[in-house]
Design a protein around this ligand. Structure first.
Ligand SMILES: [Zn+2]
Length: 225
């Protein structure tokens, strides 16, 4: 079923509504579910929360099955396979997630440019952060004052990236591996949603650097312009 599902959210972050066809449907412990194509719903994954939205006006919760199919849990009666449905996602939420996720790519790159090794990330609104290994960089991170100086340097570097601007593009190869490229920054494998131009980011703030249980945690926030 996976190959027959067109992941429209891979191509267009700003497709907030579409007509689609039900390609699969079923029932599990949580209730009825449907899978539609084209699919505009981003399921939770890669540190990014799932979209919220509706199918034929009924709220759905997207998730991804082990074989890569995006399924939509619903409390309403699932429409029959083959039927046409109207899909919509929460536009504000999608744009917020895309802004946070894209800012996370840039900040990850700026941390790696300092020699830090990425160990994890979360792009959830209100708690977005990147984790790095501080190994080898303990001296520059030893005190709150030093960490705040590094934070200011990261903010300055981020502002410089935003001042330059650049396109954000994604390609998916024939095996399904997707690469997201930020012009002038980097390219990395990613299945999330992103803004299409860095100028769409605003209010990017590097908030705080913390060392916790041997990990360097860099909190940040970003909004969609
Ligand atoms: Zn991404």
């Amino acid at each position: 079923m996976t190959s027959s599902q067109d992941q429209a959210y891979y191509r267009d972050t700003y497709l907030f509504g579409t007509e689609a066809t039900v390609i699969d449907a079923g029932q599990d412990d949580a209730g009825p579910w449907v899978a539609v194509s084209p699919n505009i719903f981003h399921p939770k994954g890669g540190g990014q929360p799932s979209d919220e939205g509706t199918v034929n006006g009924a709220p759905v919760i997207p998730s991804r099955t082990e074989d890569g199919l995006v399924v939509l849990a619903t409390e309403a009666e699932a429409p029959a396979v083959g039927s046409a449905v109207v899909c919509a996602i929460d536009e504000t939420l999608r744009k917020r997630h895309a802004a946070l996720h894209t800012a996370g790519h840039v900040l990850g790159h700026l941390g790696e440019a300092r020699g830090w090794q990425s160990t994890g990330h979360s792009h959830y609104p209100g708690q977005a952060r990147l984790d790095f290994s501080p190994e080898g960089f303990e001296a520059e991170l030893a005190t709150p004052e030093l960490r705040d100086a590094v934070r200011a340097e990261l903010q300055e570097a981020f502002d410089a990236v935003l001042a330059r601007g650049g396109a954000v593009t994604a390609t998916t190869d024939e095996t399904g591996h997707r690469t997201v490229t930020i012009e002038g920054v980097n390219a990395e494998p990613c299945g999330g949603t992103h803004v299409s131009e860095l100028s769409q980011l605003k209010d990017v703030r590097v908030l705080e650097l913390k060392i916790k249980r041997g990990a360097l945690k860099v909190r940040y926030e970003a909004e969609h312009a």
